[in-house]
Design a protein around this ligand. Structure first.
Ligand SMILES: [Zn+2]
Length: 423
């Protein structure tokens, strides 16, 4: 397939190719005068030969694959902006109207010189979004070995850039500052683009297929080998966040949420964190009753302690690369990870064989978005289990124990004795 019609590449240089109708009059195509790289978004400045409208519109990468935003040049007035997408367009327009002129350090690391490159922009304000965009790198490395891959990442994700990329552009901004319109980033990118004959944008799809990705490319830590599920001692890692809790009852949830507006989350909120710890411990006790040699680990951003001899407690309030690598090793040593739905489940499920996830009712539309699904086949249904948000420790433990007890039979009948074998 010729690269120019490849749907996974957006031609940027020498010529931008993204046919776009005019948002003002509907004319079929509009002309691009320049492209800007202010941070999360990559936008083209366009004008309409029919009605004279001048506007800025997202190129179809990242969340703009689905929801490209367009606004009038100068005023920042949005065209056809849906209210439910305010999380996308509000910060964009606010940033455009008040650009952040402060310098932003962007560090360039070149591994291999290429004249043709794919530029993958992973900048985002949410941890899960950055990671999912970064997963795209595996597809570009695999499908386009002749084209260099240039990855633009936030500083905290530098350690996750996979081997094989041509260049890394590390942007020295925390995710909390990623919203905004940064002329400094735009200048940096334009200076760099001069070096290349041909540039495509990588799509940075929000939900790239994961099962064919080897996570060790990114973390340098091999994932748990499925064929050793039953032979290795059972290990379960709990991901216990303090900012998104496993609640015992709807009343617990309601009371905890009510503390927010009262500014009591830091003080009285401890009760709910301790209650989550209590439920985690009870789950471990139920599992250990059925599987006496089971080992447990707890990770997450939060105060360690309270697990006694039950578990290795790796929680901390100070995250750095060393901590992240230690957590990743714990996931990779675990058959199963257990946690509440959220982007905190992406790396755990990328390394463990399976999970039990506590899924809040209001997140049911986001089911599996936070799971790095490792399996193409029926092992998916066996290994990824979702329980109600108020599931009891006994109910969670029942799923964990069932997975260990039933794995040998299920794996043999669905994988080993079948068309999979010999592949
Ligand atoms: Zn027009």
């Amino acid at each position: 397939m010729s690269a120019t019609v490849d749907p996974h590449l957006v031609p940027l240089r020498p010529t931008v190719h993204d046919p776009s109708p005019c948002p003002a009059c509907g004319a079929a195509d509009t002309a691009v005068s320049r492209v800007v790289f202010p941070g999360i978004h990559i936008m083209a400045e366009r004008h309409c030969p029919a009605c004279g409208a001048r506007f800025m519109k997202d190129l179809p990468v990242g969340f703009a694959v689905d929801h490209p935003m367009a606004f009038e040049l100068g005023t920042g007035r949005l065209y056809a902006a849906e209210e439910r997408l305010a999380w996308l367009h509000q910060p964009l327009v606010e940033g455009y109207r008040a650009p952040t002129e402060a310098p932003v350090k962007v560090e360039r690391t070149v591994f291999r010189e290429h004249r043709r490159v794919v530029l993958l922009n992973t900048l985002d304000f949410l941890y899960g979004h950055v990671l999912l965009k970064l997963y795209n790198a595996a597809h570009y490395l695999q499908r386009y070995p002749d084209i260099g891959l240039v990855v633009m990442v936030p500083r905290n994700f530098r350690w996750l850039v996979p081997e094989g990329v041509a260049e890394v552009w590390t942007v020295d901004l925390g995710l909390g500052r990623m919203h905004g319109w940064y002329p400094a980033i735009d200048r940096f990118v334009h200076e760099q683009l001069e070096r290349f004959d041909e540039v495509f944008l990588g799509r940075a799809y929000a939900h790239p297929e994961f099962a064919s990705i080897d996570i060790a490319q990114f973390t340098r830590t091999p994932a748990f080998p499925l064929e050793e599920f039953a032979t290795r001692p059972p290990q379960v890692t709990f991901i216990a966040r303090e900012d998104r809790l496993w609640y015992a009852t709807p009343l617990h949830k309601f009371m905890h949420r009510a503390l927010g507006p009262l500014r009591l989350k830091r003080s009285l909120g401890r009760f709910f964190v301790m209650d989550q710890d209590r439920m985690v411990r009870r789950t471990m006790r139920h599992v250990r009753r059925a599987l006496p040699n089971a080992r447990f680990t707890v990770v997450g951003m939060g105060r360690a302690g309270g697990m006694g001899h039950m578990a290795t407690d790796l929680r901390t309030t100070r995250i750095d690369e060393q901590v992240e690598r230690q957590w990743v090793q714990a996931y990779a040593d675990s058959q199963i990870v257990v946690g509440v739905h959220g982007s905190n489940m992406l790396l755990p499920t990328a390394h463990a064989a399976g999970c039990v996830e506590i899924l809040p009712h209001d997140r049911s539309g986001n089911i599996v978005q936070d799971i790095s699904v490792r399996w193409h086949d029926r092992m998916q249904l066996f290994l990824y289990r979702f329980v109600d948000e108020f599931a009891t420790p006994r109910a969670v433990a029942r799923q964990v124990v069932a997975m260990f007890n039933e794995f040998p039979n299920y794996h043999r009948t669905h994988r080993v004795k079948g068309f999979h074998s010999g592949r």
